[in-house]
Design a protein around this ligand. Structure first.
Ligand code: NOJ
Length: 585
């Protein structure tokens, strides 16, 4: 037996180890630095991404079941312009074309997600497996591999089978853990011989907060102060279960890796000399990425979440915390269930301390954090309202991950910027700037010692942007959604990203400037091509309408043909009248 003093020395040692892993990060040192010319480590993987509901379309084709997003987007008033993902980019029918685009970019990997209800229409494996859905993903995977592009597969990018939502309440219910595990197991069984990178969940923060707290996303529930925490709790358990399933049943044979993709905005203290601001910024990050990463790497929720939500719950007269807790067995089962960490990152906020009232009626995930978010008006914000380009925040976040979670292997699973353009624009200079600066900050983070192995530009194509519909375009390739065939056109950023990939970084200033100049030059010809194509398809539509008696076209007939014919008749009558008048004179 160890003597008591040795035990307490051990305790102190363990305590110091635990504390130091969370204290490494230096909040007071934000070195923006200048642009860094250099290359990424050999073998660094460059990719682009997409997700099933956002790009596949074919919402009811070949036996696919309904997802919560099919149902949500069909409800009026939920999505900008009442857009839906019904046909989206028609990715389901365009495997060859899209893999062609990836080859053109010389991508090393492509990240896509599998639609659960396309494989299992009700979500319950014993009900029915849809072989046509399996076939679609087999084709996609085989095409990628033939083109030497590594598939990175996400199992859950938000499209829960609607049946599971209706029957059990979706992620509010613990039974999702088993159903999801069965679905994942099916994927390992059918695709695992060719897939080496699995992502269990994409951005569970959004699923929990926007799906079950604010209701902006499917399933649209507003269970403030509890819904998000409960959903997240079940998602973390489901992730762990799937990791164990792979670990015990498939890893030895398939030799793949299983991770999770967590999304995290960076939070920078407004005043880095003010301890309260530093604590508030840390809370912001812990309530975001830390909410999921801390249980997965350390076995339990961040202490600060337990403290804040617990204290507020008591003040609200509740017997237990609104944040659920894990049993000791669950903690050890969850801890360490991550072979690599997927990081999705887009933007940054300045954070300052702000006390929120703790009354029960005002309880929510947002008020639990006691902070205020600010932005610098000088930060560029070309597209989505929430997306400010702050490249240095990316390096800060990556270093935070390194210091908090023992320098895990990281794949950047999402990073990119949107544009809000009413007219067609392929010369996306601001996206070139965004990719250039963000990937450069990632390179600096690698020099800092962060273990980043790959980068995924978000996204390959313009696509359905959730509650924003098609109004926000994240793609490297422009998709003409008004054309039934959904043709794709390269934006200037395609040329630029291609150069980063082929040089594996940034050789020198002259060359990088040259890439940019050339990229912007080529896009003006693509712009003309697209404009000409649009004119051609409008003309073709009119001609088709004139010859096509189908009533389904009546609406367009009244919109385009009738006014045109009326205008022509008025013009002709005027000319005829003038002719008559002149003759009488
Ligand atoms: C993260 C989501 O995972 C992705 O689907 C979405 O397109 C981007 N955020 C941009 O909003």
């Amino acid at each position: 037996m160890l003597p008591r003093c040795a035990i307490s020395v051990c305790h102190v040692f363990v305590l110091v180890l635990c504390l130091s892993s969370a204290e490494d990060f230096d909040w007071t040192k934000n070195d923006h630095g200048s642009f860094y010319y250099g290359t990424f480590p050999a073998g660094f993987s460059w990719g682009a991404g997409s997700s099933a509901y956002q790009t596949e379309g074919a919402w009811d084709t070949d036996g696919k079941g309904l997802s919560i997003w099919d149902v949500f987007s069909h409800k009026k008033g939920k999505i900008q312009q009442n857009d839906t993902g019904d046909s989206s980019c028609e990715g389901y029918h365009k495997i060859k074309d899209d893999v062609g685009l990836m080859k053109e970019l010389k991508l090393n990997h492509y990240r896509f997600s599998i639609s659960w209800p396309r494989l299992i229409p009700t979500g319950i494996k014993s009900d029915h497996i849809n072989e046509k859905g399996i076939q679609y993903y087999n084709d996609l995977i085989d095409h990628l591999l033939e083109s030497k592009i590594t598939p990175i597969v996400t199992l859950y990018h938000w499209d829960l089978p609607q049946f599971l939502q209706e029957r059990y309440g979706g992620w509010q219910n613990i039974s999702m853990v088993n159903h999801f595990n069965e679905f994942a197991n099916l994927c390992f069984e059918r695709f695992g011989n060719r897939i080496k990178y699995w992502v269990t969940f994409n951005n569970p923060w959004s699923v929990a907060v926007e799906g079950y707290e604010t209701g902006e996303h499917a399933p649209g529930l507003r269970l403030r102060g509890t819904g998000a925490y409960k959903a997240a709790h079940h998602i973390i358990k489901a992730h762990a279960k799937v990791w164990h399933t792979y670990d015990t049943q498939w890893r030895a044979k398939q030799k793949g890796l299983v991770g999770i993709s967590l999304s995290g905005d960076w939070g920078e203290p407004v005043d880095i000399t003010n301890q309260k601001d530093i604590e508030a910024a840390e809370r912001y990050v812990q309530f975001y990425l830390g909410w999921f990463a801390t249980p997965i790497f350390h076995g339990d929720y961040p202490q600060v979440m337990k403290d804040f939500i617990g204290r507020k719950s008591v003040q609200q007269g509740l017997g237990t915390s609104r944040l659920p807790s894990f049993s000791p067995q669950e903690k050890s089962y969850i801890k360490g269930t991550c072979d690599f960490l997927g990081v999705g990152h887009f933007t940054t906020r300045y954070i300052t301390q702000k006390n929120n009232p703790s009354g029960r009626s005002s309880s929510s995930y947002f008020t639990d954090r006691d902070l205020a978010e600010l932005v610098d008006p000088r930060w560029p914000d070309p597209g989505s309202e929430w997306l400010y380009a702050v490249p240095w925040g990316f390096r800060r976040l990556l270093n935070f991950v390194k210091s908090q979670y023992g320098n895990p292997m990281i794949y950047v699973t999402e990073n990119g910027v949107s544009e809000k353009m009413l007219c067609t624009e392929l010369c996306d200079d601001w996206r070139i700037q965004y990719f250039k600066d963000y990937t450069n900050e990632m390179l600096k983070a690698i020099k800092d010692g962060v273990n980043v192995k790959g980068y995924t530009a978000w996204s390959l194509l313009d696509k359905f942007e959730w509650d924003e519909g098609y109004s926000e375009r994240f793609g490297l390739y422009y998709v003409d959604f008004r054309n039934k065939n959904k043709p794709r056109y390269p934006k200037a950023s395609v040329q630029f990203y291609k150069r980063i990939i082929s040089s594996n970084g940034f050789p020198n200033q002259r060359e990088v400037e040259n890439w940019r100049r050339k990229a912007v030059e080529t896009c003006s010809s693509s712009n003309q091509l697209l404009a000409a194509e649009e004119q051609r398809s409008t003309a073709a539509n009119i001609l088709r309408l004139i010859h096509d008696p189908l009533t389904s076209h009546m609406e367009m007939v009244t919109e385009i043909v009738v006014p045109t014919v009326c205008t022509l008749s008025i013009l002709l009558s005027a000319v005829f009248l003038m002719f008559l008048l002149r003759r009488r004179n």
